[in-house]
Ligand binder design. Structure first.
Ligand code: C2E
Ligand code: CA
Ligand code: CA
Length: 380
């Protein structure tokens, strides 16, 4: 941390200077003013705890005002690199809002100075169209969750390999937007994860999953229903409470609900292990999804008390062509067995693949060859 001291009357920076840092006032008072020839406008007088000079630093434009020490001042320097790093790490939507605010601030200053014409071109540059698209997607998802009709679950059959019986279904969310058509779950789940919407989506999926299980059981189908939860979701502080609330609102047989945990890039294994234990404490089963793509970080595996693993589709695809891939699959199945977990192979697209996983002793199979995801109504 660098502290600079300026004597009373000293200039800290001058309008038009290129920016290199912002300042936090530790002691003393600073005047922010614009001095143009004979004209002088004082914008502000700042005291201890206040920050100045941040605008020019954030958008790398020249200083729009002059800062002068009114008393002796002690200032803490905040380097441009420090500030920019924090902004870069922030949520894209926050970043976009910040940019908009900066643009607006700059044009307000320009209007005040009668310079609007010369700045117009600058204002029209939009550095992050993606963020705008995201905001509208998020607003639409909020509306969809509120209305309820655009979102629904599709159920994909999971077959018991030894008996060829449908033993359960995986619930896969679908969003049918009136104008955009169907929005892929990969796309909006990730978006929801960046906001608190994921809690609402998660509650919806679990509620609908419970409803599907009850409806299927009422028709005499002895099945389970798997619902997806991303590891990010588990990390939300209200996750377990939400699950508990939704379950308490439904009379479903909890042993029939299996929670598939999908991996995200950075995982807090401690939190995930806790959430898994909490879910099992509520009477649910836990499946590690896409197994082999990340959970297999072997130093953490023993801490996760899961009931089943889902072998990722990429293994199923490769094992027919590559004996080394097959060896890896055999080893994964061995690990699961040693840990007392069941195995599910996903992405089975051909009878050959089904035969292969049968030969390996995999308990369940799922994939387009077994059946496509369908609406609940077609199963009743
Ligand atoms: P996932 O959990 O690995 O789901 C399997 C995906 O593979 C599904 O895509 C499914 O339709 C597709 N699939 C099934 N069988 C086959 C096959 O034989 N071949 C091929 N090529 N694909 C097959 P979908 O429904 O688009 O879901 C994509 C991902 O979105 C899911 O991957 C899951 O990570 C996420 N997701 C879906 N629904 C939910 C949900 O309700 N909550 C959460 N958190 N994530 C969800
Ligand atoms: Ca899944
Ligand atoms: Ca999967």
């Amino acid at each position: 941390m660098t502290v600079s001291v300026f004597q009373q009357g000293a200039l800290i920076f001058t309008e038009g200077d290129p920016p290199d840092c912002a300042y936090l006032i530790e002691e003393g008072r600073v005047e922010i003013a614009s001095e143009r020839g004979a004209e002088r406008v004082v914008f502000d007088v700042l005291g201890p705890g206040e920050v100045f000079g941040e605008i020019a630093v954030l958008d790398a434009e020249r200083r729009t005002a002059t800062a002068r020490a009114l008393t002796e001042v002690r200032l803490v320097r905040i380097d441009r690199a420090q500030l920019i790093e924090r902004v870069e790490q922030s949520d894209p939507i926050v970043r976009q809002l910040l940019r908009k605010l900066l643009t607006r601030y700059r044009s307000t200053v320009a209007v005040l100075r009668g310079e609007l014409e010369s700045r117009r071109g600058h204002e029209e540059q939009d550095p992050d169209r993606g963020a705008i698209a995201k905001i509208s997607l998020e607003a639409a998802l909020r509306a969809a969750l509120h209305g309820g009709e655009q979102l629904e679950l599709r159920l994909q059959p999971i077959q018991e390999v030894a008996t060829s019986r449908v033993a359960g279904y995986e619930a896969l969310i679908r969003w049918q937007h009136p104008e955009w058509g169907s929005v892929a779950p990969d796309r909006f789940i990730q978006l929801a994860e960046e906001t608190s919407l994921i809690t609402v989506v998660g509650a919806f999926v679990l509620r609908e999953g419970c409803r599907a299980l009850s409806a299927l059981r009422a028709r005499g189908h002895d099945v389970f229903v798997n619902v997806n939860v991303s590891a990010r979701q588990l990390e939300a502080p209200d996750f377990v409470a939400t699950v508990e609330r939704v379950l308490s609102e439904s009379a479903v047989d909890r042993r029939g609900i299996k929670v598939e945990i999908t991996e995200s890039q950075r995982l807090d294994y401690g939190r995930v292990a806790q959430a898994i234990d909490a879910l099992r404490g509520l009477g649910l089963s836990v499946v590690l999804d896409d197994f082999g793509t990340g959970f297999s970080n072997l130093s953490h595996l023993h801490r996760l008390h899961f009931d089943a693993i889902k072998l990722d589709r990429s293994f199923v695809r490769d094992m027919g062509r590559d004996h080394r891939a097959m060896a890896v699959v055999e080893a994964i199945i061995e690990i699961a067995r040693a840990l007392g977990a069941e195995t599910v192979a996903e992405g089975i697209e051909t009878p050959t693949e089904l035969d292969q996983v049968r030969a390996l002793g995999v308990r369940y199979a799922q994939g387009y060859y077994v059946g496509r995801p369908v609406p609940l109504a077609t199963l009743l």
